[in-house]
Write a protein that binds this ligand. Structure first.
Ligand SMILES: Nc1nc2c(c(=O)[nH]1)N[C@@H](CNc1ccc(C(=O)N[C@@H](CCC(=O)N[C@@H](CCC(=O)N[C@@H](CCC(=O)O)C(=O)O)C(=O)O)C(=O)O)cc1)CN2
Ligand code: MET
Ligand SMILES: [Zn+2]
Length: 790
């Protein structure tokens, strides 16, 4: 008798129509109460559980919901908020869990945040500084980073979680609770204000009693299974962390609840034996990224432990090849004595809700795809087929999948011979600028005639409600294309005017016409499809709509030219052309799974390269090619870094090398630590690199200095995540620090990142202060041109 179960690791929470986003933003604007927000959360959870039950899952998953972020939720659950928020026992009833105001304070910082009505809040420094945001493994989702010190204590505050369990049970659902496991929770945090020698893995003994107590209480509430996510088992772990697993899980085993240990995003490799040995009731593995390990995992995992296979891709939007899946699963099922759990590979947080709303998608393309809802249906079909229940509906679903998979494989629209040929023909000269940097720098100086300490911004100016409303009206057909274009030209003129008034040296057009830096280009490139409602949470209430790359990429026509030349026509000062680089386009899209990422990256590189050529032909003298995602594209295992970095930096060079020597290429990076990939960043050979650094107090820059980074650098002098306006003095201090590491002749003055989430008032004051800082530096340092003898 086969005993196939289905479950999921986590479900998206923002709502099919981004209900949670709208409710959060209304609450932050003061337009709705905490109770109203709680009610939206409750309704969303109920709806999502109902969907899971309707898809025949054996459990609904509880614990994956969060108003802002799940890691933040766990900071509340285990009572380990940083002391600076002052939520010490006594000030608040810890047993109640954090209330909403407290968790938003940690997410968005405290002090003067009310004015910031937008999705994200501030990340002010000092007392009420928000928790740091970091990318969740190699995804585009940001989590809030827990902070640990030797003073950190943990105390269980489970009311919120237990309340959600009770909600699901009251609705009649069998419940599995999902949490981040103790070792991944500690690993994903950071150490702060520590005595030397302190390592946060040492906090495990303090943390485990809280987990143990929670497991016992869940069991008491009738929760049979608790999923503990330990995705770090797919990383290269230092010995202290690896060694901690066994004792950790032996201790948790005492609590009684059945633990499903969940791994994902990466093969287990040297941790495979360890993961199989741990005293847990079940092990979930990523059947997409670790498919080649499934057989050995099944051999190592002793009965009666349950094997859960993440057979449906939780990171992409393609339909599962169900025939192929069955041929992988059937032998496993036999090995496991007829017992197997099936699931998506990871939480479905990273894919949109349902194809139902995607009426504008080409029907053939749509038939190749599966969002969260369709992935649940795939699980149901697999369960029925493996369970031997080949009823009519299952047969029809299998046939439909077969047809779609076959159609996609044979489709002519996926392949474009011209593109393939162009990629094959790429030679070494196509990825090299003509002259070395020093020579280019002379030519560019002569052409651009910029002052020392040149000031610029990263590209976007505030995306105001007016801009978004105009675009929405245009999309709905209520604003004619000409009128939309006129409105955007006016916005661009406004942005240029403000920049001239502020006194910036290198201008930008402000990106008003872009919904998003990736989606905007995806909408204009062949081989990309874009969705109407395919929203995915990025952080807090902010979402992105990743385009779908389904075929060979080509650029039918110029994408940015008319906006760039319009902006340049308004001023004598140089306006930077603004492009998104090939690696970021790839990383923030749903990608093809029928060819290597490297190949797709080169195709995108050629398309963007053509845009570089068009811009320079039209007289644009500076072109920025943004690559903020280059670091997060790194494979999770170090052994695969070199290969990735080789093709990723090559794709960038192919894009940039279309530029003549007197055209200045900028690139921009943010959101990451760059110290471990500095030589590769240098190999990209951009003339100017603008980089996020103010939050690290310029520490990022030390590495660049030590390495002898050869080209020009614009270390961000103020944090654009905060609505608080930086003072001139603070920026002067940062610039002085920077000039100790990089000689002034190679330094630029700019913010950390784009300004699209900010308002105009704060932006103008902040930039005026930044320009004043640059002028102070000019007054205080001898002119660069004399010093290097040019
Ligand atoms: N793809 C991507 N990934 C990234 C980043 C990025 O910029 N892009 N940056 C980092 C993350 N930072 C981010 C910063 C801001 C937003 C953001 O502001 N998102 C917007 C949506 C942006 C967008 O696509 N806007 C569209 C659609 C806007 C919209 O919601 N329109 C309404 C209608 C509005 C109206 O009627 O007034 C609707 O469709 O319902 C547009 O401008 O056209 C949001 O959540 O609100 C997202 C990520 C890392 N990852
Ligand atoms: C996330 S990097 C953003 C770069 C883009 N040019 C902007 O200014 O918004
Ligand atoms: Zn940026």
């Amino acid at each position: 008798m086969n005993n196939v179960h289905t479950h999921l690791l986590g479900f998206p929470r923002i709502g099919a129509n981004r209900e949670l986003k709208h409710a959060l933003e209304a609450h932050w604007r003061g337009q709705s109460s905490a109770a109203e927000l709680e009610e939206t959360g409750r309704a969303l959870r109920a709806r999502h559980w109902a969907q899971q039950a309707a898809a025949g899952l054996d459990f609904v998953t509880v614990g994956d919901f969060a108003f802002y972020d799940q890691m933040l939720g766990q900071i509340g659950l285990f009572g380990c908020a940083p002391a600076r928020f002052g939520f010490a026992a006594g000030q608040t009833d810890l047993a109640q869990s954090f209330d909403l105001a407290q968790s938003f304070a940690m997410a968005r910082g405290t002090g003067g945040r009310g004015a910031d009505c937008c999705g994200d809040g501030g990340h002010a420094h000092g007392n009420g500084a928000a928790l740091e945001m970091r990318k969740w493994f190699d995804t585009n989702y940001h989590y809030l980073v827990p902070e640990f010190s030797e003073h950190t204590t943990f105390s269980l505050a489970a009311d919120r979680l237990l309340g959600e369990v009770a909600e699901a049970q009251a609705l009649g659902h069998p419940v599995k609770v999902a949490l981040v496991g103790p070792l991944s929770f500690l690993w994903l945090g950071k150490e702060r204000d520590n005595a030397p020698g302190f390592e946060r893995v040492g906090l495990l003994n303090r943390l485990l009693p809280a987990y143990g107590e929670l497991l016992a209480r869940l069991k008491g509430k009738g929760v049979e299974w608790v999923q503990l996510d330990e995705p770090i088992l797919g990383l290269d772990l230092p010995p202290a962390w690896r060694n901690a697993f066994e004792s950790c899980y032996w201790q948790l085993a005492q609590a009684g609840a059945r633990i499903m240990l969940a791994t994902y995003f990466s093969p287990l490799e040297e941790n495979l034996g360890l993961a199989c040995r741990l005293p847990v009731a079940g092990l979930h593995v990523d059947g997409v990224r670790a498919r080649h390990e499934l057989t050995s995992i099944s051999d190592w995992l002793a009965h009666p432990k349950v094997l859960s296979v993440g057979i449906v891709d939780g990171r992409n939007v393609w339909r599962t090849d169900l025939d192929a899946a069955i041929s992988v699963l059937a032998p496993l099922l036999e090995k496991r004595g007829g017992a197997l759990w099936l699931a998506p590979s990871c939480s479905l947080l990273h894919v949109p809700y349902s194809l139902e709303g995607e009426t504008a998608l080409d029907p053939e393309l749509r038939s190749w795809m599966a969002y969260a809802a369709e992935k649940l249906a795939e699980l149901a079909t697999l369960k029925a087929a493996l369970g031997g229940r080949l009823d009519a509906a299952t047969g029809a679903a299998l046939a439909q999948a077969r047809q779609a998979i076959g159609g996609r494989a044979r489709s002519t629209r996926v392949h474009n011979d011209g593109v393939a040929q162009r990629v094959r023909a790429l030679g070494p000269a196509d990825e090299r600028r003509n002259a070395p940097f020093a020579q280019r720098q002379r030519l560019q100086r002569a052409r651009l005639n910029l002052p020392d300490w040149p000031t610029t911004t990263i590209g976007s100016f505030p995306q105001t409600d007016t801009i978004r409303a105009a675009r929405a009206a245009h999309k709905r057909g209520q604003l004619a294309s000409d009128d939309y274009e006129t409105a955007m030209r006016a916005e661009i003129a406004h942005a240029v005017g403000r920049q001239l008034e502020i006194g910036l040296d290198v201008l930008v057009h402000g990106e008003a016409e872009r919904n998003d830096m990736v989606e905007y280009f995806g909408e204009q490139l062949d081989g990309f499809a874009f969705s109407a409602g395919g929203w995915v949470q990025s952080y807090g209430s902010r979402c992105v709509k990743p385009p779908v790359i389904y075929g060979d990429v080509a650029r039918p026509r110029a994408m940015t030219l008319k906006w760039a030349t319009h902006a340049q026509s308004l001023s004598e000062r140089p306006v930077k052309g603004m492009l998104t680089g090939p690696v970021t386009m790839l990383q923030w899209s749903f990608v093809r799974d029928d060819q290597p990422r490297a190949q797709t990256a080169l195709q995108i590189a050629l398309a963007i390269r053509d845009e570089v050529a068009d811009l320079q032909r039209a007289g644009i003298g500076i072109i920025q090619i943004d690559e903020p995602a280059i670091r997060e594209g790194l494979p999770l295992r170090r052994a695969r870094w070199d290969d990735y970095l080789a093709w990723a930096t090559r794709a960038f060079r192919v894009t940039a090398a279309a530029a003549r020597d007197d055209v200045q290429i900028h690139t921009h990076m943010c959101y990451s630590e760059f110290n471990d990939i500095l030589p590769q960043i240098a190999s990209m050979d951009a003339d100017v690199l603008t980089i996020e650094s103010s939050r690290s107090d310029m520490a990022t820059l030390d590495g660049f200095g030590r390495l002898g980074y050869p080209n020009a650098l614009g270390p961000g002098v103020y944090d654009i995540h905060s609505p608080s306006v930086p003072g001139t003095g603070a920026m002067v201090r940062l610039l002085r620090e920077a000039s100790r590491v990089i000689e002034p002749a190679r330094l630029w003055v700019n913010p950390d990142c784009g300004l699209k989430t900010r308002g105009w008032a704060e932006t103008e004051t902040a930039l005026a202060n930044m320009v004043a800082a640059a002028r102070q530096m000019r007054a205080a340092t001898p002119p660069v041109t004399h010093r290097d003898g040019q």
